[in-house]
Structures are given as structure tokens and as C-alpha cells.
Design a protein around this ligand. Structure first.
Ligand SMILES: [Fe+2]
Length: 325
């Protein structure tokens, strides 16, 4: 696909490379599928690019018998409405796999303002659903309400939280952690930036460098987040993980300047997953890193910002997910 179009896509969507992206034109033909998408659908770009998604996945139909759209991307191209954070169960006709995904759609317009492309982003959430079944439903609902509250103020943080939760769960399983730790890893990923609720929107979305004063305000979010979470029964360890997710292995982080193994293990994991997702996402102040560049940065910072052993496991895990790295 034309590099300029890809750059325009990256400029409108805030999902990182962890999420699968599928781009269609006005005729519902696929013009781009990123690597995460191909991994998710166990397909190759040549199998989907140039194909009409209606024929590929939906037997040529836009709507089912009840008049419901067959999928968010089809709906967006047909109606011109963007969709955010919709849980969808997607079926791949080729491989007969059903995957629960969190989907967002975006519209790209041409110079005259007409719809040119529609982009769908997909994050697999099957494992989230399994974990959620193990949790107390009242606490879970409280947590989800918090997440919604952040999402309303700051779309980036909401998407980022889900992507970080995905990376945390996958990494925890890759490292053979216990089911209990996988659950904590998930929760910590979802709620880690909840303290940003106390940060003014003009600072969260500021393009360019933050002043020292603004940075001091941002730096309060791990402690604020842990104070909010402390109100919920049963979140004791998660509270502590969130409190320390901006500590650095070399002791130069915040809020307490803890170093090495004094930092909770899951906080050390979280700081890597958080940084990786932030680097590979488009932010208002810079273009996204490629997966390869982000991995190189994790390697460069291993032993300084990040735990060297967890960094090594993370890089192995990402290499298993993305062939190109
Ligand atoms: Fe954070």
C-alpha cells in the first residue's frame, strides 16, 4: 500500500501495532492488513489484500437476517459512522476460528472530504473473558466503570490500557507465571493509568514537550491511581503494582525511586509493556516507532530503565508474535 496512505492512517488511529489493522476502500476491498491482523487471523497479506471483505467473511452480505450489520468495519463504510470499543465475535471463514475482539473503526477522507478508506482495529480479548470469569463481578464492574471514565476523557489512555493488558497477559503466560499472577497482570494493565483521571486534559493531550511543572503533575498519577484502587476490596497487590509502574530498574524513576528487585515484579513487567505500547502508538507529539525500533529501544534500556531479565523475555515473546522483528 502507498506509504503516504499508511502514514495518514497512522495519524488518525491511536492503536498500537499490538492491534490488528484492516483497511478497506469504498468498494469494501482490503487494501492493507498489518502483521498483527494476519497473526490474529492466521492468514498472509496476499490472502486478503485485494479481496472484498463481504465475500471473504460475510457471504457477500452487509447485514444479517435481522438487519444488523455483519461487522463494525462494514457498518462504518456503509454509514460513515466511526465505532469505538465494540466487543465483536469475529469468524474467519477460512480457518473456522471464532475470536472475541475489541474493535474500533476510523474513517479516512480524501481532500474533498469524501470517505476514501475505513480502518478497523482489533484487539483479541478471549483471554480477558476467561480471566474475568474468575473475578468477583462487583469488583470487576467497578474496575470497568473506572476504565470507561478514563476512556471518556482520553481515548488514547483507554485504548492503551487494553493493549497493555493484552501484552501483560501474553507476557505473563509466556513467562509461565501462575494463573493468579496472570489475573493480576491483566488487572494491572487495565487500571495502571487510572490516576490520570486527576490530570487536566490540556496536559494529557499536549503536543510537544511538557514543562517541568506539567511533568510534576503527570508524575502524580501512579500514587493517585493507587489511592483510588485502595478503595476497592481485594485489589491489594494490584494497588501496589500500579503505584510502582514508573519506577526504573536503576532507581531513577518515581514515585519512590525504588531500584532493582525492590520494585514489585509485576510493576517491572508493566513498565516494559507500557513503554512498548506507548512507543508503537501514534501520539500527538510524534509518529509511532516500528515494532523493530521499539524492541531495539527496550534492549537499549535493559538494566537502566527496565529489568534486564524481563526485557529479554519480553523481546523473545515479541519475536514470537511478529516475524518481521
Ligand atoms: Fe503510567
Amino acid at each position: 500500500m502507498d506509504h503516504n496512505v499508511l502514514a495518514r492512517i497512522a495519524a488518525v488511529i491511536q492503536s498500537s501495532s499490538v492491534q490488528g489493522w484492516l483497511v478497506i476502500d469504498r468498494d469494501f476491498n482490503v487494501v492493507h492488513a498489518n502483521e498483527a491482523y494476519c497473526q490474529l487471523w492466521k492468514t498472509e497479506p496476499d490472502e486478503v489484500i485485494g479481496q472484498c471483505i463481504l465475500n471473504l467473511f460475510f457471504n457477500g452480505k452487509k447485514q444479517d437476517e435481522r438487519g444488523q450489520y455483519v461487522g463494525p468495519l462494514v457498518e462504518t463504510m456503509d454509514t460513515g459512522r466511526e465505532i469505538s470499543l465494540m466487543e465483536v465475535c469475529v469468524t474467519n471463514n477460512y480457518h473456522e476460528a471464532n475470536i472475541w475482539c475489541l474493535a474500533n473503526t476510523y474513517i479516512l477522507r480524501d481532500a474533498e472530504g469524501r470517505m476514501e478508506y475505513a480502518v478497523g482495529t482489533y484487539l483479541p480479548i478471549d483471554k480477558f473473558k476467561v480471566i474475568e470469569r474468575r473475578l468477583d463481578s462487583i469488583n470487576l464492574n467497578i474496575i470497568k466503570a473506572f476504565c470507561k471514565a478514563i476512556g471518556v476523557r482520553d481515548a488514547y489512555t483507554k485504548q492503551h490500557s487494553e493493549s497493555v493488558a493484552y501484552l501483560m497477559v501474553e507476557l505473563a503466560e509466556f513467562m509461565n507465571l501462575s494463573p493468579d499472577d496472570v489475573t493480576k497482570a491483566y488487572l494491572a494493565g487495565i487500571v495502571h493509568d487510572v490516576g490520570k483521571i486527576g490530570v487536566p486534559e490540556k496536559i494529557l493531550g499536549k503536543p510537544g514537550r511538557l514543562s517541568d511543572e506539567e511533568f510534576e503533575i503527570i508524575k502524580c498519577h501512579p500514587v493517585k491511581g493507587s489511592e483510588i484502587l485502595a478503595e476497592i476490596d481485594g485489589l491489594g497487590t494490584v494497588t501496589n503494582i500500579v503505584r510502582h509502574h514508573h519506577e526504573r530498574y536503576d532507581g531513577r524513576g518515581y514515585p519512590e525511586g525504588l531500584a532493582g528487585e525492590d520494585i514489585p515484579f509485576l510493576s517491572r513487567m508493566l513498565s516494559i509493556c507500557d513503554a512498548f505500547d506507548a512507543m508503537t502508538s501514534k501520539r500527538c507529539y510524534r509518529d509511532p516507532y516500528t515494532t523493530t525500533q521499539a524492541v531495539a529501544e527496550i534492549r537499549r534500556c535493559a538494566g537502566l530503565q527496565f529489568d534486564p531479565q524481563i526485557s529479554e523475555s519480553f523481546i523473545k515473546f515479541i519475536r514470537g508474535q511478529f516475524k518481521q522483528v
